[in-house]
Design a protein. Structure first.
Length: 161
């Protein structure tokens, strides 16, 4: 926003954002930047919820706290020059025990349909601190009255809010 809005070719009164998958959740986080006039998501995925609560909210508070402790230790290691630990966002292979989300992500991000050599779907383990600390959808109501278009991956339904 800050950079784009300073370009002569950009009409500041017509700036919108679109996000796909995990970036759909990031697009929704534009909820606090009122310079964005419209928001659209495609197969939005709430990364903050899955990181904090696990798949289908199956992570216990104890498990979540243990992971937060692990992230904290990892931050010390990286600060002291240790190798940056990456977490995989999409399984590299699937089998009968892979959950439906993993299968769905694999069928897109690990096949020619959506695979790209610059997109590993990996991120640093320590970036999970931000996801777990700042839920992406906390202030979604503040988007109103700006238009928002949400394509929800589970129902394949479209909704303009």
């Amino acid at each position: 926003m800050d950079f784009g809005g300073t370009r002569a070719c950009v009409d500041r009164n017509k700036i919108g954002v679109i996000g796909m998958c995990g970036s759909g959740g990031f697009a929704i986080s534009a909820q606090v930047d009122r310079r964005i006039k419209a928001i659209a998501t495609v197969v939005m995925y709430d990364m903050s919820r899955i990181k904090r609560s696990g798949y289908k909210d199956a992570m216990t508070e104890e498990e979540s706290n243990k992971y937060l402790d692990e992230i904290g230790e990892e931050r010390w290691k990286e600060f002291e020059g240790g190798e940056v630990k990456m977490v995989v966002g999409t399984p590299k292979k699937i089998d009968e025990s892979t959950d439906s989300i993993g299968r769905e992500f694999y069928s897109y991000y690990r096949t020619p349909r959506g695979q790209h050599p610059n997109s590993t779907t990996e991120m640093t383990m320590t970036s999970d601190f931000s996801f777990m600390n700042f839920p992406l959808l906390t202030y979604i109501k503040s988007i109103s009255p700006r238009p928002i278009f949400v394509h929800h991956r589970r129902t394949c339904s479209f909704k303009v809010l």
